[in-house]
Design a protein around this ligand. Sequence first.
Ligand code: ADP
Ligand code: MG
Length: 475
Amino acid sequence: MTNSEQERWSRVKGRLRSTVGEDVYTSWFARMDLEAVQDESVHLSVPTRFLKSWIQAHYAERVLSCWQAEMPEVHRIDLSVRTAMRCATPAKEAPVAVEARRAERGDAKPADTRAPVMTPVAASHDALGGSPLDPRLTFASFVVGRANTLAHAAARQVADGRRGDPVMFNPLYIHAGVGLGKTHLLQAVTWAGNAGGERKVLYLTAEKFMYGFVAALKSQTALAFKEALRGIDVLVIDDLQFLQGKSTQAEFCHTLNALIDAGRQVVIAADRPPSDLESLDDRVRSRLAGGLVVEMATLGEDLRLGILKSRVAAARAHHASFDVPEPVLDYLARSITHNGRDLEGAINRLLAHSKLNNQPVTLDMAEREVRDLVRPQEPKRIKIEDIQRVVARQYNVSRSDLLSSRRTANVVRPRQVAMYLAKTLTLRSLPEIGRRFGGRDHTTVLHAVRKIEALVGKDTTLNDEVEALKRQLQD
Ligand code: ADP
Ligand code: MG
């Protein structure tokens, strides 16, 4: 395998990691290897059949679109199970094509029950025990600032409610980008809500909801699963954007309705607003949007400083000699702008470094240790609507022209440019982009992307226009 293939693979993995989140990534993709890239297909391998069928059933499209973001020509992902001695012998099992088609989702069932202990198979025995909670993620360690005041207040309200209290807003729906504190806040609600022993608060990741349901169906205890779910006071679901598969969604919809109608509280977090959960059906989306929808913004510098201080304080509970001087904290808060995870990572590194080398933390050391977490500029989450607006203005057409079926040259080119920007500046998949451009097919989007890619290489005017648009959108 060439170096450039390896590099590309790392970038694809990076994309996957940021779309699915650290936890999902670690559960399902950490042991996925690149075997070969050939023309339009990419050959990947995983160590167990269980992983293979799960990835095929739930992530085929996502894996494909992450590859396409790096290599638009890729059309097919072959996934195989690698044998222990794959250096000596090629993988035994013939690779099975993972086609990014809806029909395939949901029906593949995990086949290998001998999967290693850490996979969710083990967890399935306890489908309703909830997902594991991190004892550090409580209200006490949650720092409140401008970015999250409302979300925090609403979460507190839910956590402090008592059985039988009227529900003020239902569901509470919190959305924010990666690492901005969604999981922290949801787990805080769970800890606090369960503390009195009066109410039962159940925290489930969408993955766990799906897996619990699939497993329950398999063992034919679906009824028990539903009953148990309906017997709780507050249902907390994290990372709803991962809820996939028709039957799971139908079940989610029933559960949601049953709980809300019975006056039970539902709390949900996702990385986007309900209107952008494109795979969910309209009724579910409007039900989700019908409660209180709160966005948590990117962490401001004050909030970042607060989080760093709370992390240092937590570390000092176990390592009394650990200290991070004020100027170092200021430096970190100013330069690590991306997300809460990186802030936590920075403190962990400083702690490790100072422990291992038995040295105090200095600015010099901090600069060296966290260099890779410092990003020159905070990548902004760009929305497809913004792209359409900016492109429409630039070319003096209306946004509805871009979404219309008109095919005159003065709209066709701007539309293609807008689709191209949507593909390159957002993580949205081709089918999603097609839908957002007046319900077009993904092949139309792909055609537009390729067309503009080819043109910017030759046409300097167009190239300048596209660059200017990118700058406008990224500032
Ligand atoms: P998300 O679920 O939104 O991706 P997390 O809740 O996992 O983000 O947060 C990532 C990290 O940042 C965690 O270590 C979390 O404790 C920390 N963090 C984020 N926001 C806050 C906050 N307001 N106060 C304290 N810690 C925070
Ligand atoms: Mg999370």
